[in-house]
Design a protein. Structure first.
Length: 699
């Protein structure tokens, strides 16, 4: 006789109990009905009898096993050695059935499910009703044909999307990150080994390390970091894609989107990376699947870095203008003064670029905070929805609710910041994988609730740098996910603080103070640091002067010809010229940056092939045609070139930003660039940078 797991537990309770125990007590302990326990005990009685042990049942007292200590030990050994069939819960059956239907391209026989789970066809049919409802949320149809089997009627795009959702519904981000690093799932209360092993078969685990290398190389080259949840999401999405490609399941994209993506810098990164995959893992990725991977990378959310808190004027004029308009409308709707909030402007500018790309590429936008924000901050959500109307009009898009909620976190963070002006005592970092806006909303809510907490920075839970935390004198970290390696300094809370979270933070603060971790008073910038900063500004300004040049009457046929000649002028080798031209083109795909004076444009980029910053003015013999960001044609003959290294510092970008700003605001400087000789431009440039440097000496 095979014992069920349930019966083994009941017998273990009885064998460890010398006195009588009631059926109700056992039922309550196991979360079962009394009838179920009685039914199991009847089966158990037969098994115990075969082992020479009897059950003693007393109506008024309960039930007990009659056996001496030696017999009890023998029964315990038998129970431990007894092999019992695994009993799947309904939820486990539904998850495994869903994953198999998503994975299989051929129909699955109903009989195969009954064999796997050891249940009746009626039970499986009921499970499939639940599976069908879940699949319907992702526009997939479950087909059941007697004699043929069960299969999905859907497009490849929907299948991949459903697999992503399946992982996100079952696992927390910390579990997914563990799997990415260790290629297996960490044991947790929610899932079983059966579930973990089944879902691992939906991703290319052998390629996870290579995928991480791709994302890290893109971050390094592009000069920004992805939000923690975007980083995890990208790796999972690409791993799922590679597995689907290995099964010969290829994506089909809109031809126009495919063509646009294939011209981007990210596409070339992914294409180069994919060429090594066939060698390592026998995978050949189609051009459309390369575009599919690229479009998700392009649309991924970026996050703040610890020190990058300035907007470069060469970043994106149109996004800055759009962000300011959104802030103006939000001011009216929320009755809050937001105009001079630099952090809000920076956060919005950095969020809007990828957000617009996500919407235009029809990427699925997931926001786990959407429902919480709509319930907890209904007025803020409505105000943000009105604010983004200008974004919809200018970009000819419809902004979904998930994206409105992300933008609401930026605006809400700025509003909370206004009401928190008391003296701070604790220096704290916030770690939140949901991007810049969500991090800042949580940070602002913490500061508003706890006047004695100062949020020094929002950081990534993936790659926390202990040295930087020490340098910033951070007392502890408030995080929305566990951070194992420094767990004693971390308190875990929800995205939106609950009453329990607030109580836990208060308790954590008090215990931290008792451990004598009270922070020392932070000093203002000292002379050594000030001189170091001034030296960096000086070095950047000298680079500008060293590389400044006026190129007059240049013969070019179009913008691509211009980019080629500019690249040849700045770097020497053909390989570097090709890379610099690619960096220029990648930036220009967003649309030409036209400056205030008619007939002038800014051609700029950050590139890994330059080590210093460049400022060059090109005047062409004939007007050349360019497309602005609204895809309207304009004619220009003055092109201002600015280039900075990817690994450059913020001070270098500040210098270029000041030059860009003065081209717009200074009529003399703009006129000299348009019509003056090299000496005139040099003189104006000297005055501008001299004033800029003098301002910095007042730090």
């Amino acid at each position: 006789m095979k014992l069920s797991p349930r019966l083994k537990i009941i017998l273990a309770i009885l064998i460890n109990q010398f006195d009588y125990i009631t059926i109700n007590t056992i039922a309550n302990e196991m979360g079962l009905s009394s009838r179920t326990v009685l039914r199991e005990i009847e089966k158990g009685g037969d098994w115990l009898s075969s082992q020479g042990v009897e059950l003693d049942k007393r109506k008024s007292k309960g039930i007990r096993i009659i056996a001496d200590e030696d017999k009890r030990k023998a029964i315990k050994k038998l129970l431990m050695a007894e092999e019992t069939p695994y009993i799947y819960t309904p939820w486990e059956r539904q998850v495994i059935a869903t994953s198999q239907l998503l994975s299989n391209q051929e129909p699955v026989k109903l009989y195969s499910f009954t064999r796997i789970f050891d249940v009746t066809e009626g039970t499986i049919s009921h499970d499939l009703d639940k599976v069908e409802k879940w699949l319907g949320k992702y526009e997939m149809e479950l087909i059941r044909k007697p004699g043929l089997g069960i299969y999905l009627h859907s497009k490849e795009k929907e299948i991949r999307s459903a697999i992503v959702h399946l992982f996100n519904e079952i696992y927390k981000e910390s579990h997914l990150l563990y799997m990415i690093k260790n290629h297996t799932f960490q044991e947790n209360k929610k899932t079983s080994t059966k579930i973990n092993n089944t879902l691992l078969e939906l991703i290319a685990t052998e390629s996870l390390a290579s995928i991480e290398e791709l994302i890290r190389s893109i971050e390094e080259s592009m000069g920004y970091k992805y939000a923690d949840n975007a980083y995890i999401g990208l790796i999972m999405r690409i791993a799922i894609t590679l597995h689907r490609v290995k099964k010969q399941s290829f994506i089909q994209l809109d031809p126009q989107i495919n063509e646009e993506i294939s011209k981007t810098k990210i596409y070339y990164f992914v294409e180069d990376w994919s060429k090594n995959l066939p060698i390592k893992h026998k995978i050949h990725i189609s051009q459309e699947d390369i575009s599919y991977i690229s479009m998700h990378i392009i649309g991924a959310k970026v996050r703040d870095t610890l020190f990058d808190n300035k907007i470069s004027m060469i970043e994106d004029y149109k996004l800055i203008k759009l962000a300011k308009k959104i802030i103006q409308i939000a001011e009216v709707e929320t009755k809050s003064y937001l105009e001079d909030d630099e952090k809000l402007l920076i956060g919005l500018v950095r969020h809007l670029g990828p957000a617009i790309k996500r919407i235009k590429m029809n990427l699925e936008i997931q926001n786990s905070l959407l429902d919480e924000i709509k319930v907890s901050y209904p007025e803020l959500f409505r105000a943000t929805a009105k604010s983004v109307k200008v974004m919809e009009e200018q970009m000819n898009i419809i902004v979904p609710e998930a994206e409105i909620a992300y933008i609401a976190t930026h605006i809400g963070a700025a509003m909370h910041h206004q009401s928190s002006a008391k003296k701070k005592k604790y220096l704290v970092a916030v770690a939140c994988p949901n991007g810049i806006g969500a991090s800042k909303l949580l940070a602002s809510e913490i500061e508003n609730e706890f006047p004695d907490i100062k949020i020094v920075s929002t950081i990534s839970a993936i790659d926390i740098n202990e040295d930087i935390l020490k340098e910033m004198r951070i007392d502890f970290i408030i995080s929305t996910i566990p951070i194992e390696r420094i767990s004693e300094r971390v308190i875990v809370v929800n995205y939106i603080l609950s009453k329990e979270d607030k109580m836990n933070i208060r308790g954590f603060k008090n215990s931290y103070l008792k451990r004598n971790y009270y922070p020392k008073k932070r000093k203002s910038i000292n002379l050594k640091d000030k001189l170091t900063l001034l030296a960096i500004y000086s070095k950047s300004i000298i680079q500008i002067f060293n590389h400044f040049l006026l190129m007059d009457d240049v013969e070019v046929s179009d913008i691509q010809d211009l980019i080629r000649k500019v690249s040849q002028r700045i770097v020497k080798t053909e390989e570097k010229q090709r890379q610099l031209a690619l960096d220029f083109r990648d930036r220009e795909e967003k649309g030409a940056t036209l400056l205030g004076e008619k007939g002038m444009m800014l051609l700029h980029c950050r590139s890994s092939v330059v080590e210093e910053i460049y400022f060059i003015v090109f005047r062409t013999k004939k007007l050349i045609e360019v497309l602005n960001k609204s895809k309207l044609k304009s004619n220009v003959n003055v092109i201002i070139v600015m280039v900075a290294p990817v690994a450059g510092n913020n001070q270098a970008l500040e210098v270029l930003s000041e030059i860009s700003k003065m081209i717009i605001s200074s009529e003399n400087f703009a006129k000299s660039i348009k019509d003056g000789v090299q000496e005139e431009i040099y003189t104006e440039l000297s005055d501008i940078l001299d004033n800029f440097y003098q301002d910095k000496t007042q730090l």
